[in-house]
Design a protein around this ligand. Structure first.
Ligand SMILES: [Zn+2]
Ligand SMILES: [Zn+2]
Length: 349
């Protein structure tokens, strides 16, 4: 038998096998699945953090706005039909991250796990959050850096906090940092982590490279160090900050470093709510402007202090007084004292 005949026979066998395969295999193969979208929604909650991750019927909420934003945060969740959470993440116990979380805990039909760092706080809001979690009997998990868990079709890795305690008891450095990978896309959520946390993540050799970075600590000077940004190399950076906030966030330093690594910058104070939608391959970005508040300045009728509407210590609705025109000058003329922490007002001497 010459080589050609052998080849002919092999070809016939191959065609025969393929024809059997063609008959047998199609029913065994699952139909090609349409890739599911992961939506990362960075809500505009002013000078505070609140981010929802949604994929099919899976949902994870990272931080829940400031105190007094209960209706706003619950409204956002309702808008996305979120009634259950697989994970509720309290990155660290500052009020601008857990402020409306007790309401979220009490309102959701089901929350499987609360993730928080091993760090408490003495504030009333922290106590209230712990009470709410306890009332609902939700298990609290303190995540360990290096730990990986599956959420929907995404892979989540815990990158921080890496130390049991931090200098000056800086609560921001205790922030839980999560890297979420879905298909070829990746997101890094850093809470208010500062330069110590960032250098620890670098020292541990974690994979930081991410397409989208939720910028640490509202774009403060002490976060988003050059080495960290070089490692993350984000295509998109999203900053949660309130217009005219008294901290000067985001700082020109952080903005400069982000621009320096070529990140396209989105800000809740300018873009409103920012949504990243990915099928695991490409990322689409949409922004939804936040409607202006009904009242910019809100006075307290009993103590005659006037606050910016985003302040965390607004008077209760029955004690609120509004001004027309809605300006700080009008409030002062009416005998109100500007709350220094939110109005950024310093009287002329
Ligand atoms: Zn914060
Ligand atoms: Zn903080």
């Amino acid at each position: 038998m010459n080589i050609k005949s052998i080849m002919d026979i092999l070809t016939i066998i191959l065609i025969f096998l393929l024809s059997i395969g063609a008959v047998i295999c199609p029913p065994c193969d699952p139909p090609p699945e349409k890739p599911t979208d992961l939506q990362v929604i960075v809500f505009d909650v002013g000078q505070a953090d609140c981010t929802l991750l949604k994929m099919d019927d899976h949902a994870m909420l990272i931080d829940a706005g400031n105190t007094g934003q209960d209706a706003l945060v619950l409204g956002y969740l309702a808008e996305y039909d979120v009634t259950t959470l697989d994970y509720l993440v309290a990155t660290h116990p500052h009020a601008d991250h857990i402020g409306s979380m007790p309401s979220v805990v009490r309102t959701m039909e089901r929350i499987d796990t609360v993730l928080m760092p091993d760090k408490g706080h003495t504030t009333q809001i922290y106590g209230d959050l712990m009470d709410a979690i306890d009332e609902k009997g939700i298990p609290i998990k303190i995540p360990t850096p290096g730990e990986v868990f599956q959420w929907g079709a995404a892979r989540v890795e815990v990158l921080a906090p890496n130390s049991p305690t931090y200098r000056n008891d800086d609560l921001n450095e205790y922030s839980i940092v999560l890297r979420v990978e879905y298909g070829d896309t990746s997101f890094l959520f850093t809470g208010d982590a500062g330069e110590i946390s960032e250098s620890e993540q670098l020292d541990r050799g974690f994979l930081l490279k991410s397409d989208v970075l939720k910028v640490g600590h509202h774009g403060s000077r002490g976060s988003s160090t050059q080495q960290y940004l070089d490692a993350v190399a984000p295509s998109y950076a999203v900053i949660c900050c309130g217009a005219g906030n008294p901290y000067g966030h985001p700082t020109p330093e952080a903005l400069g470093r982000l621009a320096g690594v070529g990140a396209e910058i989105y800000r809740t104070d300018q873009n409103g709510t920012i949504t990243f939608t990915t099928n695991g391959t490409t990322i689409k970005i949409t922004t939804t402007p936040t409607p202006p508040p009904p009242h910019l300045y809100i006075g307290h009728k009993n103590n005659l202090v006037v606050h910016l509407y985003t302040c965390s210590s607004l008077p209760s609705p029955q004690n609120q007084v509004y001004f027309d025109p809605d300006t700080l000058e009008e409030a002062i003329d009416a005998g109100y004292n500007p709350h220094a922490a939110c109005t950024n007002y310093s009287p002329m001497s």
